[in-house]
Design a protein around this ligand. Structure first.
Ligand code: 5GP
Ligand code: MG
Length: 473
C-alpha cells in the first residue's frame, strides 16, 4: 500500500486574501480575477458573495484553488454589481468548507457577508460570551464572532452595527463586509495586514494587495488607513468614524515573505523592500564566493539585492516544480528529503565545485532548509554559505501568520551557531533586526513580534487560557 503524504504540509501557512468590488457590471468576474492574483495568500478555499439589483445575495465557496473552486457556470450565477471574495489557508484539522469564507448569513436588516484577513486575539472570549447569550456558531473560525456581533447589535442601522462590532474586536483585521449592496472596509487601528483601495472606471475596488488591482486594470487610489472604516456603495466612498487610534504595527513579515514582490503595500514596493534586505544582508555578512542563488520564489528579490551589493554573480541554481498538488503519493523508497526534492532540484552544472551563497527569506523550523542544503551539497557545492534576509524567528504570531508553536521554531532553542550546525553549512548569517527595520523605516512603525516577542495588541485569549477554543485564523 502506498502512503499518502501531504507535501505541502508546511512549517508555516499563508494567511488570507480579501477582495471587493462595488458598482461594476461584472463584479463577480473581477472578484474571481482579484482572488486569483491573491492566490499566494491562501490556497485552501475560495469564495465569492454577490448582491444583485433586487437585493438577492448569492454565495459560492469551495475548497481548492480559485480556478478549481469557482467555475465559469458558478460565476454566471453570481449576478450583481457588488461582490466580495476571500482566499484562505486554514490551520490543520479545520480545513473544511464550513470554515471557508466569505461568511454569509441573513439577519434582520438583510444579507450580511464578511471576508477577513488577520487573526483576532479576543475571539474566544467574545465567542464564549455570545454562546452564553444563545448564539449558535456554524464554524470554528474567529471571524464568525464579527458576524454575530453585527447581527446581534441593538443599533438601529448597519453603519452603527458594524462600528459597534469593530469596537469590540482586538488583534489583526483587514475586513470587507457586505451588508446588502453596501461594502464596509476596515483595518484594525494598528494596521497589521494590508488593504488597498482602487478604482476601475466608476467602480470602487478593495484588495489585500495592489497586484490584484493590476490584473483587473484598476487604478490604485490609496491604502485603507489603520483604524479607518469606509462605506462603499455604487462607486461612492463614505468615511465613517475611525476606530480608537493607537501606534501603528504593520506586519514586517508581509515584506519579508507574504506579499507578492509586484505589490506595493503601505506605500512600499515589496520588491524594493526585499532587495534592500538582501543588500543590507550582504553588508552585514559578507563572504567570498563564486555564486549566489535564491530559494525560489520567495527569496528571489532578496538574493538579487545580495548579489547587487556583494558583486557575486546571481545564478538560477534551484529549479522549483510549480505543479505540486495539495496531496501527493509518496513512493515506497522515499527518504526524509523527499518533500524537498519533490519541490526543488539543483542545477548541478552551476553548483558543482563552487563556493555558493544560498539566500532564503526566513528560517522557521529549518526542515526545508536542511533538506535543501543536503541537495546542494550532493550537487557538488564546495562551500555553502547560508544567508537569511530576516532575523531569527523566536516567537509565534497571534496576528494572522500561522507560525508553529515556540518549541518548533528552530531559533527559539538553538543559538545561531547551533542553527549553522543543524543545517550543515559552512557559515550562516541572519539579517539584524536593526538592519531590517532600518531598510524600510519610512513605511513603519512595524510589528516585529515574531522576532522580538514584543506583541503590540493585547493577547486576551492567550492570557485567559482560552486559545484552544477557537481556530487560529
Ligand atoms: P524551513 O527551512 O524553516 O522549514 O522553511 C523556510 C522556508 O519557508 C523559507 O523558504 C520561507 O520562504 C518559507 N516560509 C516562510 N514563511 C512561510 C509561510 O508562512 N508559509 C509557507 N508555506 N512557507 C513559508
Ligand atoms: Mg521560501
Amino acid at each position: 500500500m502506498r502512503k499518502r503524504l501531504n507535501v505541502l504540509e508546511k512549517s508555516l501557512r499563508e494567511e488570507c486574501g480579501v477582495f471587493g468590488v462595488s458598482g461594476h457590471d461584472t463584479a463577480a468576474e473581477l472578484t474571481f480575477l482579484g482572488l486569483h492574483a491573491l492566490q499566494h495568500r491562501g490556497q485552501e478555499s475560495a469564495g465569492i458573495v454577490t448582491v444583485d439589483d433586487d437585493g438577492t445575495a448569492r454565495l459560492h465557496k469551495e475548497m481548492g484553488l480559485v480556478a478549481e473552486a469557482i467555475k465559469p457556470h458558478d460565476l454566471r450565477e453570481l449576478r450583481g454589481r457588488t461582490a466580495i471574495g476571500h482566499v484562505r489557508y486554514s490551520t490543520a484539522g479545520e480545513s473544511e468548507l464550513r470554515n471557508a469564507q466569505p461568511a454569509f448569513v441573513h439577519y434582520r436588516d438583510g444579507s450580511l457577508a464578511l471576508a477577513h484577513n488577520g487573526n483576532l486575539t479576543n475571539a474566544a472570549e467574545l465567542r464564549a460570551r455570545l454562546v452564553g447569550e444563545g448564539a449558535i456558531f456554524q464554524s470554528t473560525m474567529d471571524s464568525e464572532v464579527i458576524v454575530h456581533l453585527i447581527a446581534r447589535s441593538q443599533q438601529p442601522d448597519p453603519d452603527r452595527q458594524v462600528l459597534e462590532a469593530l469596537s469590540q474586536i482586538e488583534g489583526a483585521f483587514s475586513l470587507v463586509i457586505m451588508v446588502n449592496e453596501e461594502i464596509y472596509a476596515a483595518r484594525d487601528p494598528r494596521g497589521f495586514r494590508p488593504l488597498v483601495l482602487g478604482r476601475k472606471g466608476p467602480a470602487i475596488v478593495l484588495a489585500s494587495e495592489t497586484c490584484a488591482l493590476d490584473l483587473i486594470e484598476a487604478e490604485y487610489l490609496r491604502d485603507v488607513e489603520p483604524g479607518e472604516v469606509l462605506k462603499v456603495k455604487d462607486g461612492r466612498i463614505e468615511e465613517l468614524p475611525r476606530l480608537a487610534p493607537t501606534v501603528g504595527a504593520a506586519c514586517i513579515f508581509e515584506l519579508v515573505y507574504f506579499a507578492r514582490p509586484d505589490s506595493s503595500i503601505w506605500g512600499c514596493s515589496v520588491d524594493a523592500a526585499r532587495r534592500a534586505f538582501g543588500r543590507q544582508l550582504a553588508r552585514e555578512h559578507p563572504v567570498e564566493a563564486d555564486c549566489v542563488f535564491s530559494v525560489p520564489d520567495s527569496s528571489n528579490s532578496a538574493a538579487l539585492g545580495f548579489s547587487e551589493e556583494s558583486g557575486i554573480p546571481l545564478e538560477l541554481a534551484l529549479i522549483r516544480n510549480h505543479y505540486i498538488g495539495r496531496t501527493f503519493i509518496q513512493p515506497d523508497q522515499a527518504d526524509r528529503d523527499f518533500k524537498v526534492r519533490v519541490k526543488y532540484n539543483p542545477v548541478r552544472e552551476v553548483i558543482d565545485g563552487q563556493r555558493v551563497v544560498i539566500v532564503d527569506d526566513s528560517l522557521v523550523r529549518g526542515t526545508t532548509s536542511r533538506g535543501l542544503v543536503s541537495l546542494v551539497r550532493d550537487a557538488g557545492a564546495r562551500e555553502i554559505h547560508f544567508r537569511i534576509s530576516s532575523p531569527p524567528i523566536r516567537h509565534p504570531c497571534f496576528y494572522g501568520i500561522d507560525m508553529p508553536t515556540r518549541e518548533e521554531l528552530l531559533a527559539s532553542h538553538l543559538s545561531v551557531d547551533e542553527v549553522r550546525q543543524h543545517l550543515g553549512v559552512d557559515t550562516i548569517g541572519y539579517l539584524s533586526l536593526e538592519g531590517m527595520i532600518g531598510a524600510v523605516k519610512e513605511f513603519g512603525p512595524f510589528c516585529d513580534a515574531c522576532f522580538t516577542g514584543n506583541y503590540p495588541a493585547p493577547l486576551t485569549d492567550l492570557e485567559k487560557g482560552l486559545l484552544a477554543a477557537v481556530s487560529s485564523r
